[in-house]
Design a protein. Structure first.
Ligand SMILES: N[C@@H](CCC(=O)N[C@@H](CS)C(=O)NCC(=O)O)C(=O)O
Length: 205
């Protein structure tokens, strides 16, 4: 395997791609955003499903924002945003990454698809189910966070990037976050300079 100094990120700026650029900013990892629309030949060349973001690092291609964030954290292990395999911290980190996508993000994505993305004939009213599922996810997150500053304790990791980005998406989509603890956590995570730098680069792309 050969990796490169500057990784390439294919996909739509100001989307899930920002998880990856935020991660790079946190790590001091050089990166280049290559704006690529879904389902174009250029996107399918790096992901057969035609979806972004996709990371290309030399001869390594990684699909899916959560997998990319973990890959980057592992590649830059000395930055302490990952955890060694088969440890309690790694289990917690991986668990949060799956929770972020399967539980927290899923209702947001379902609502977005049925509001903006799917052709009219497939759209349904998913308000009630997405509201209920999101509320349940926030309830679980509240309990799981406990007194932790960050997802896996007192250090900021890849899990906080994916959870934080998803929380920001929820806020802008006006999903209610009915937990002071989760809101305080999101405020703490979303104020980071690395996120502001990533967003600044993508704002006019
Ligand atoms: N689980 C994937 C989801 C990928 C995804 O759905 N990406 C969106 C852009 S943020 C996309 O390409 N959508 C086009 C489509 O669903 O057809 C990830 O986190 O990377």
């Amino acid at each position: 395997m050969s990796s490169s100094d500057t990784v390439k990120i294919f996909g739509s700026p100001r989307s899930r791609l920002t998880r990856v650029s935020w991660m790079c900013q946190e790590l001091g990892q050089a990166y280049e955003v290559i704006p690529t629309k879904p389902h174009t030949p250029e996107m399918r060349a790096v992901n057969p499903a035609g979806k972004g973001p996709v990371l290309v690092d030399g001869d390594v291609t990684v699909i899916d924002s959560a997998a990319i964030c973990i890959y980057l954290a592992d590649k830059n292990m000395e930055k302490n945003m990952s955890a060694a395999p088969a440890t309690a911290d790694r289990a917690a980190l991986d668990s949060w990454m799956h929770f972020a996508q399967s539980d927290l993000e899923a209702p947001l994505w379902l609502k977005m698809k049925h509001t903006f993305i799917l052709p009219d004939e497939y759209r349904a009213d998913v308000n009630a189910v997405t509201k209920m599922e999101f509320k349940n996810a926030i309830g679980a997150m509240d309990v799981r966070l406990g007194d932790n500053q960050y997802a896996i304790g007192d250090r900021f990791t890849a899990a906080d990037v994916v959870l934080g980005h998803t929380g920001s998406w929820a806020r802008s989509a006006k999903f209610e976050i009915d937990s002071d603890r989760v809101n305080a956590y999101l405020d703490r995570v979303l104020i980071r300079d690395a996120l502001a730098r990533a967003r600044e680069i993508e704002k006019d792309m």
